[in-house]
Ligand binder design. Structure first.
Ligand code: AP5
Length: 245
């Protein structure tokens, strides 16, 4: 029986090479050959969302951003949103079962056939194991790293559009009209969890729960470290080099 240590691609490759698909423990798992299947790992504010959106537009591959999905569920007041709200607002991780269910449903949608960029999932070993069990296969895991002082300044200056999820920064990437989304024309928000006390908690949670995933993926030989310092274009070039698109 395969384990995550055997390498995530093996399940997906089995179907590419015409071998019999392996028995999958989760109902409806995917075994389609996919072009670009990426996971973005890294601290809050490191720039994962900015780069994922850019890459998603460039290659027409969907960005699956669990933070955006949870915030949308919270603002719609769905049952999932109600369960997630107190966790998101306080900077703690939403329970695994809830996030895994949301991601699994999303990965089964038709537009995932050519791949995906998982932005913010997995964040725990349980989530990484669940992703493996889904049988989707991952090509590369990019781990973005950045000095904590710069991280904090990126988070403090971030403003987002609650409608289209576009990400701005007051200094590094300001909208044309101060405080207004260029696309939607509505006022930008300062995320509740971007307040200093919550950011501190998010950084602690990241170190404890998510940072160990670098070892998890290193063992599988699919981990690439990306220096997230410098301009958005600099970082995009490093991603390009690591992935050789
Ligand atoms: P989520 O929304 O995923 O937040 P995060 O991982 O903490 O990441 P951020 O959105 O803070 O940062 P980012 O790396 O995307 O940076 P960005 O591109 O915006 O999650 C929020 C919450 O949801 C979690 O705390 C948790 O409660 C819950 N959650 C989500 N997923 C979960 C999961 N899997 N399991 C359990 N709970 C989950 O950039 C930051 C700023 O910097 C922006 O202003 C941007 O304009 C600027 N910037 C970006 N790049 C550059 C650059 N190169 N130079 C200058 N400025 C830059």
């Amino acid at each position: 029986m395969l384990t995550p240590e055997d390498g995530l691609n093996q399940r997906a490759d089995a179907s590419v090479e015409g071998e019999a698909p392996l028995a999958l423990p989760m109902e409806g798992a995917l075994l389609t050959p996919i072009k670009m299947r990426l996971v973005f790992l890294g601290s809050p504010g490191v720039g994962k969302g900015t780069q994922a959106k850019r890459l998603s537009k460039q290659y027409s591959v969907p960005q699956v951003a669990t933070g955006d999905m949870l915030r949308a569920a919270i603002s719609k007041g769905t049952a999932e949103g109600k369960e997630a709200k107190s966790y998101v607002d306080s900077g703690r991780l939403v329970p695994d079962h809830l996030v895994i269910r949301i991601v699994q449903a999303r990965l089964l949608e038709d537009d995932m056939r050519n791949g995906f960029i998982l932005d913010g999932f997995p964040r725990t070993k349980e989530q990484a194991d669940a992703l493996f069990e889904m049988g989707v296969g991952i090509d590369k895991v990019l781990n973005f790293y950045l000095d904590e002082k710069i991280l904090v300044s990126r988070i403090e200056g971030r403003r987002t559009c609650s409608k289209c999820n576009e990400i701005y920064h007051m200094d590094y990437h300001p909208p044309v009209v101060v405080g207004i989304c260029d696309r939607c024309g509505i006022p930008l928000i300062h995320r509740k969890d971007d307040k200093a006390a919550v950011v501190k908690e998010r950084l602690i949670v990241y170190q404890k729960e998510t940072a160990p995933l670098t070892q998890y993926y290193e063992k599988q030989g699919c981990l690439f470290h990306i220096d997230a310092n410098g301009s958005v274009e600099d970082v995009a070039r490093r991603i390009q080099d690591a992935c050789r698109f």
